[in-house]
Design a protein around this ligand. Structure first.
Ligand code: KG4
Ligand code: ZN
Length: 337
């Protein structure tokens, strides 16, 4: 049986999905907690854990029902074991173990970033290894050279804030709700991306690290000075978004050049951003590179990506023991061979 149930509870989405053959999404259920966290301006770990507890079984049931399967049809259960919020992760891990104990199928502990990475297998088009991956989310911004499953070499990473964190912080400065990425993108749509000149850090092409804290400070100072409203606010958001997109795209293509790879993947929540997708696609066309960016719903946190990565581990015989537990700081490099 090639059906894998993927479970994801690392942050503020309770998600489960059934994926066939590591690529065909049979169901994909995401219960977002955003409404609960919004009035606090960010994710409150205790609220997240408690809510995962309430949502997880109905979400798993819904994933099985929408795929028209029952637990005995599932060949393996893949669950996010880190990185993320410890209490939130534990809910998914315990449920994964319980399902495997009840159903007798193997358990696969999946690294959340590895899930983002292999979300590329869920679309109509995917690139074969070796490829360069830009993982860009709320907690991470890093470039990896992927030579195969579990053959990951980090080429660069942010020295301070993640790109998604920068979107979230700037939205907060502007009095906009959490999560900020979608909000900023919507405001930026009618704005002029060159109206404000915000800094691009570490612009040297041989430096594959990122930095967004200087940009965030520049934005904060400008917000204080102008309190942008109306068209100016749209210009402001478009200019900020352009600065982030510029940094991400230029470092991705610099990494491609350094490692002489023409196959590229962008994944993680920020990869849902339309301007990033368009700018990277244009550059890929100009440079003759193949670029895959998962569908927006598979960029932000979901269970299907965990099933996709879990499927690869399962087929490679990498099964977790029932003693496995959540690891809030699980580094992707640590599972690299
Ligand atoms: O991957 P993800 O869902 O969760 C983490 O693993 O962190 O990423 C969430 C991050 C948030 O910071 C959110 O603001 C950002 O992704 N994000 C976006 C967009 N959609 C989500 N950033 C820019 N544009 C978007 N459309
Ligand atoms: Zn994520």
């Amino acid at each position: 049986m090639t059906l894998c149930l993927g479970i994801e509870t690392s942050c503020d989405e309770t998600a489960a999905a059934v994926v066939e053959g590591g690529a065909t999404v049979r169901s994909d259920v995401v219960a977002s907690q955003i409404d609960l966290h919004q009035r606090f301006g960010g994710v409150v770990p205790e609220i997240a854990s408690r809510n995962h507890l309430m949502q997880i079984l109905p979400v798993v049931d819904a994933a099985l029902a929408r795929a028209s399967v029952c637990l005995s049809d599932i060949g393996a259960v893949a669950v996010t074991a880190g990185p993320g919020l410890q209490g939130a992760l534990l809910v998914g891990v315990q449920v994964g173990k319980a399902l495997c104990a009840a159903g007798g199928m193997p358990l696969v502990a999946v690294n959340h970033l590895e899930g983002h990475l292999w979300a590329q297998n869920l679309g109509a088009e995917h690139v074969a290894a070796p490829f360069i991956a830009l993982i860009v989310s709320g907690g991470h911004t890093a470039l990896y050279e992927v030579r195969g499953f579990r053959e990951y070499r980090r080429l660069g990473a942010t020295r301070d804030d993640a790109a998604g964190e920068a979107f979230d912080k700037v939205a907060r400065l502007l009095g906009r709700p959490y999560p900020g990425g979608k909000e900023i993108e919507a405001l930026a749509r009618g704005g002029d991306p060159v109206a404000f000149r915000f800094p691009r850090a570490l612009a040297r092409v041989d430096d594959l690290d990122f930095s967004f804290s200087g940009l965030k400070t520049a934005v904060a100072l400008e917000v204080q000075r102008r309190q942008p409203r109306g068209q100016e606010l749209q210009d402001f958001c478009a200019s900020f978004q352009e600065a982030v997109v510029d940094s991400l795209v230029s470092k991705l293509f610099a990494a491609a050049r350094v490692s002489q790879t023409r196959s590229l993947v962008i994944c993680g929540g920020v990869a849902a951003n339309g301007r990033l997708r368009a700018a990277a696609a244009a550059r890929a066309r100009a440079e003759g590179c193949q670029l895959v960016v998962p569908a927006p719903a598979h960029c932000t946190d979901n269970g299907a990506m965990i099933a996709a990565a879990g499927h690869l581990a399962w087929k490679a015989g990498v099964i977790s023991s029932m003693a496995v537990t959540a690891d809030a700081n699980w580094k992707l490099e640590r599972i690299a061979s």
